[in-house]
Design a protein around this ligand. Structure first.
Ligand code: PMP
Length: 404
C-alpha cells in the first residue's frame, strides 16, 4: 500500500474552474471575464495578423523541421527577446552580461528562477521571497513548491483603491537584508495598478540599500500601454543601478502565443564570467525539468523580432489590443457613471493592462454570476478583454444592481 488513498484532493484552479462554468452556462447573455486572454470585439480569440504572417514564413522555411531545440533554447529568439527588454540598456548586451534561457512561457521562467534561487541562495541563508498582496496566485504556490518561505508586501490599499506605496516601502525597509523581492514590471496582476515612476525610484533605493535580490516578472510588455519601451521602463531604471537581477518574460499576451508557451528567463550579471557560469547552472535546471523548450512559438517570435517590417506590424497589433482594452475601460466607467451607480469608478480607467480590480465584494461577484451570468474572480478582478461593445452595458447594469 503506497498510501495514495489518503491523498487530500487538491482544489481545482479557481480561474480555470470559472472558465469551465462559463462554458457550461447556456444563457446567451453570459460574459467571460475570468481568464487573462485577449478577445476581439466579437469575443473571439485573436491571432495577431503579424503572428499569422510569421507562422507562414516559419513553415515555408526549407530548413523547418521538428528537431529538438538546444537546452538553452533558440538562440535567435532569446537574443532578440533580451534586446526588446533591455533596449535602453543595450550596453548590457554588448558587454555580454545578459544570460537568457528560453522557458515554458512566463510560468516556466518564474519556476526556473525560483528553483535556482532556492537551491543556490535561499536554502543557504534562509531568505524569504516577498510577493505583492494580492498577486498572480501561482507566485505563492510556485515558490512554496521549491520550499522558499513566502512573505508579502501590502500592494493594494482597498479603502482608497490605490497602490499602498507606504506599506510596500515599510516592508522593503524592514525585511531582513538580502531578502528576495518579486516585482510586477508593469500592468500588475490582479490590480491593474502600477507604481508611479517616482515611487519606483524610491522602491529601488530601498531595495538596493537593503541588498535585496530582485526578480521582475514581465508578462505584459507592450500589451499594457501599447508601447514596449514604456512598459519595460521600471526594470531598465533598476538596471541602471548595476546590481544583478532576474527577469521572467512571457510572450503569451503580447504576441497572443498563449498555448505555444513562449518565454524567457534573463539574468543580468555583473560581468560576462558570472553570466557564463549562470548560463551553465540554469541549463542544468532546464535539462532536469523540461530537457529543452518548445520550438514553434520561439520560431514565430524570432521571425517577428528579427524582421523590421514584421516588428513594426507587431507594434501596430499591440496598439490594436491595448487601445481596444482602453476603450472598454472608458465605456464601462461611463456606463456606470450614467447609471449613477453608487461609488467612484475612475479606478477602472486609471488601471492598466489585462485586468481591472473593480472593488466588488465576493458576495457582489456571486450575485453577478447568479443573476447576470458574469464569470469573474471572487476578488472582484475582471479580465478587460472579456468586454466588447455588445456586452459592456450588460456588465455595467449587473455591477449597478450588485452594489445597490
Ligand atoms: N506572471 C504574471 C504576473 C501573469 O499574469 C502571468 C499570466 N497570467 C504569468 C506570469 C505567466 O503566464 P504564461 O505562463 O502564460 O506566460
Amino acid at each position: 500500500d503506497f498510501g495514495f488513498d489518503e491523498l487530500i484532493e487538491a482544489q481545482p484552479d479557481a480561474i480555470f474552474k470559472l472558465n469551465a462554468l462559463y462554458n457550461q452556462d447556456e444563457d446567451p447573455s453570459k460574459v467571460n471575464m475570468s481568464i487573462g486572454a485577449y478577445r476581439d470585439n466579437n469575443g473571439k480569440p485573436w491571432i495577431l495578423p503579424v503572428v499569422k504572417k510569421a507562422s507562414e514564413i516559419v513553415e515555408k522555411d526549407p530548413n523547418y523541421n521538428h528537431e529538438y531545440m538546444p537546452i538553452a533554447g533558440f538562440g535567435q529568439f532569446t537574443k532578440a527577446a533580451a534586446e526588446i527588454l533591455f533596449k535602453p540598456n543595450d550596453h548590457l548586451l554588448k558587454e555580454d552580461r545578459i544570460c537568457s534561457i528560453q522557458s515554458v512561457s512566463g510560468t516556466g521562467a518564474n519556476f526556473s528562477a525560483a528553483r535556482f534561487i532556492a537551491e543556490q541562495y535561499a536554502q543557504k541563508n534562509g531568505a524569504a521571497v516577498y510577493i505583492s498582496n494580492p498577486t498572480w496566485p501561482v507566485h505563492r504556490t510556485l515558490w512554496e513548491s521549491v520550499n522558499v518561505k513566502v512573505e508579502t508586501y501590502p500592494y493594494w490599499d482597498a479603502k482608497n483603491r490605490r497602490f499602498d506605496f507606504e506599506g510596500t516601502m515599510d516592508v522593503m525597509k524592514s525585511a531582513p537584508e538580502g531578502s528576495i523581492f518579486l516585482l510586477h514590471a508593469c500592468a500588475h496582476n490582479p490590480t491593474g495598478i502600477d507604481p508611479t515612476r517616482e515611487q519606483w525610484k524610491s522602491m529601488f533605493e530601498a531595495l538596493l540599500a537593503r541588498k535585496h535580490l530582485v526578480v521582475f516578472d514581465i508578462a505584459y510588455q507592450g500589451f499594457a500601454s501599447g508601447d514596449l519601451d514604456r512598459d519595460s521602463w521600471a526594470l531598465n531604471e533598476f538596471a541602471k543601478s548595476n546590481k544583478d537581477f532576474f527577469v521572467c518574460q512571457s510572450f503569451a499576451k503580447n504576441m497572443g502565443l498563449y498555448g505555444e508557451r513562449t518565454g524567457c528567463l534573463h539574468y543580468v550579471a555583473k560581468n560576462s564570467t558570472v553570466k557564463r557560469k549562470m548560463q551553465s547552472v540554469l541549463c542544468l535546471i532546464q535539462r532536469n525539468t523540461i530537457s529543452n523548450p518548445p520550438a514553434y512559438g520561439a520560431r514565430i517570435a524570432a521571425a517577428i523580432l528579427g524582421n523590421p517590417e514584421l516588428f513594426e506590424q507587431w507594434k501596430e497589433d499591440l496598439r490594436t489590443m491595448s487601445s481596444r482594452i482602453n476603450e472598454m475601460r472608458s465605456h464601462l466607467r461611463d456606463s456606470l457613471v450614467a447609471l449613477k451607480t453608487p461609488g467612484t469608478w475612475d479606478h477602472i480607467t486609471d488601471q492598466i493592462g489585462m485586468f481591472s480590480f473593480t472593488g466588488l465584494t465576493p458576495a457582489q461577484v456571486q450575485f453577478c454570476q447568479e443573476k447576470y451570468h458574469l464569470y469573474f474572480s471572487a476578488n472582484g478582478r475582471i479580465s478587460m478583454a472579456g468586454l466588447n461593445s455588445s456586452n459592456v452595458d450588460h456588465v455595467a447594469k449587473a455591477f449597478d444592481h450588485a452594489v445597490r
